[in-house]
Design a protein. Structure first.
Length: 304
């Protein structure tokens, strides 16, 4: 067999792909991530894929990084996270730094999070079409849309969601596509719906910007039920989270393939950047390798 054909397979066998999930207080959310990874393994049987969580669920990020590093020539770290806030920009790179020191013979590459991109936009557009089909009057001119996400103190993470809401507006027929957050920052869902009703919207579609279920998804559905009672003249539709869509698997595939090919911009920009090091020196970085028996501040909304 041609040696050039065999080389990629040999290189791939030396790699471990480490999926990093956020982790949730709600075990059903963690279980969905495990199911996603099992499905991805089935789609990519030649890849060695492992899973860890930043918090709230085992296996924990730091310990898992070192465990896979001991048996890998290269570790490809791929965050299964939509927006980049403190966990993606600070904690994952810090954990990788520690693993690099402990295992200098192992190469570590960190991919970007899923980001605001056309594949995720395609999911939102499909969910919006389905929600509109379930309404009595599928008229986009009288139906407001609310893209609803976690919210963060990181303006870049909030900005990625704002980009998705804008793209949804520009590529559709809806006159109102607004952004709302479940915590940390504003506006909140109730305030956005109040505005849309005041502007004459007779129907409202809520599009949760979440990969998997959890406490926040449960809260969203309770909030929509409350809004139905508050505005009986308005029809509401609320879509589900979207972590099992084909586009998510394809994005994860692309992250791995780009890292292996050395594609420019295939690595997380803040991996090893001086700004993160300065922030760490000022005490802004933190790790979740400790227990959560004590209270401590977070720079982003608590996970679903």
């Amino acid at each position: 067999m041609n040696q050039s054909i065999m080389m990629p397979a040999i290189a791939a066998a030396r790699d471990t792909i480490l999926v990093v999930g956020h982790g949730s207080r709600e075990e059903s959310g963690n279980q969905e991530i495990r199911e996603f990874v099992d499905m991805w393994r089935a789609r990519r049987p030649g890849w060695r894929i492992e899973l860890c969580f930043i918090e709230f669920a085992p296996p924990e990020l730091n310990a898992c990084l070192q465990a896979v590093a001991a048996n890998s020539a290269r570790v490809l770290v791929v965050p299964l996270i939509l927006n980049a806030a403190g966990h993606v920009k600070m904690e994952i790179p810090e954990a990788i730094e520690g693993a690099r020191i402990a295992f200098p013979q192992t190469e570590f590459l960190l991919a970007p999070h899923l980001t605001a991109c056309d594949p995720v936009l395609a999911i939102l557009k499909r969910r919006l079409r389905k929600a509109m089909g379930a309404l009595d009057m599928p008229d986009p001119t009288t139906t407001g849309v609310v893209v609803l996400g976690r919210g963060s103190s990181d303006r870049g993470a909030n900005g990625e969601m704002a980009k998705m809401a804008r793209w949804l507006l520009e590529e559709g027929d809806h006159e109102l596509v607004d952004l709302a957050f479940t915590g940390i920052t504003w506006p909140r869902l109730e305030k956005v719906v109040q505005r849309q009703v005041t502007l004459g919207m007779r129907q409202v579609v809520v599009l949760p910007y979440y990969l998997y279920t959890g406490t926040l998804m449960q809260r969203i559905h309770r909030q929509v039920e409350h809004l139905r009672g508050q505005y009986p003249q308005v029809r509401f539709a609320c879509s589900e989270h979207f972590g099992f869509e084909d586009e998510i698997f394809e994005l994860m595939d692309q992250r791995v393939e780009d890292l292996r090919a050395g594609v420019p911009d295939s690595r997380l920009p803040c991996d090893g950047c001086s700004y993160r090091e300065i922030a760490h020196d000022l005490g802004h970085g933190h790790s979740h390798s400790h227990t959560h028996d004590h209270a401590h501040a977070h720079t982003e909304a608590q996970p679903a």
